[in-house]
Design a protein around this ligand. Sequence first.
Ligand SMILES: [Zn+2]
Length: 488
Amino acid sequence: MRTLLARGQQRGGPGMLQPTGMEGWLEVFAHPLVGGLACAGAGRRTAGARAVCDRGGVWIGDSMGKGVLAHVPGAGAYAQGMDVSSLSAAAGGPAYTLPPALLNKARALEHLRTALYFGGTAWDLLFLGLLLRSGAGARISRWAAARTRRRGGGPFSERPLLQGLLVAPAFLLLLALAGLPGELIGHRAALAYGLSVEHWPAWWGDLAESELITLALGTPLLLGVWALLRASPRLWWLWLWALLQPFVILGVFLAPVTLDPLFNHFTPLAAQNPALVKRLEQVAQLGGLHIAPERMFVEDASRRVTGMNAYVTGLGRSKRIVVWDTTLAKVPPDEILAIYAHEQGHYVLGHIPEGIAFSAALTLGLLLLLARVFRAAVRRWGEQWRIADEGDWAALPLLLLLATLLSFLAAPAGNAWSRMDEHAADVYGQRLLQQLLPNAAAVEVADFNRLGRAWLEDPAPNRFVVWWTSTHPPTADRAEQARRMGTP
Ligand SMILES: [Zn+2]
């Protein structure tokens, strides 16, 4: 499972090819881990968060879902025809390997992802810094004030809420524009490496749609922040945090029925593969979980990507199992069970409520810090940057800059938490599978190799980069662990 709300924070799972983009700032308000928690729609972002999913993990994509990523030309077909038996038997060597031709590509891709992530964050900060220092932010805010002022003047002629209705979308659009080059590089690379099959017109459509959602959610959020800032200059961050929590939980609940269908089609799994439904139910029952066949869906991921995935999403009545159509086409049933058992682990082990609690705590700390640093910066440089006070809309670029910076610095904490959960879900999934399949470890190892190839996972990623950016342990570690568990 992985995150949903993010962007900067991490490269969703393996496979992510996106630069951090501008929505990194949103993470301060609702930590991406929450999304991940719900694993809401592989790779979709909700409320500016990216929902990533598991195993093959996924996305690239900017705000909800466009983007994508995925692997090498021909790798999907390669994975399909892969000889599983030779892999599982190969004790001694590394548990996860890539053929030489794929290895070079995987390494190049890993470098590109790293550059896009760190470079993208640096670019975001630089862009926002320039908006501040050049006074462009202040000019936009004065322009909006002039357009919304009551006629006649006087001390109460300003209408800050109306002013915000102009300023907030203006900044969100500027940020989207600034992030565009990174998005383009990411999608170009995803196409070049064969990870994505989405043509440019469709990609632009997805991009426009996700930007509209960012505007629709980001504008009221920023208006709320400003209203609270003016009403309670000392404790606005605490009020904001308290008000956001119900929305975060509601978002996890609603994402699969509201946001996900905006980007993909879902059809009942039972119509396509009734045999698989039976087997998935078996795994669910073993784990004490009951998910009715009507709650199992196939997602048309092949419109965008070549990689494979499956995930559990939603909360309570919106809970469901989703299998990508690419998975049905390329992964043998036993391995689909392995992928699913891992996902089920997130549910059964309580990673969703736990993750919501962790994210809430992290968000609270980040907002407190944000409020302190924001206040200090306005006092120290306000005059120079033409910001009257904290409630001045001219301070918006400063707030976004600090939010982006704090999200970036907090990424290792959220990712460490996520990797811990992923590891626990791996162990749970394999133990469950062992009750159904005598060769469970071999199936797991084969599956990690298949997905690692499809998503072009580097067998030896840089450990510092993993520590900072990875939501999942490296595929090589996961395959190694699977093999160890199968060794008596
Ligand atoms: Zn997972």
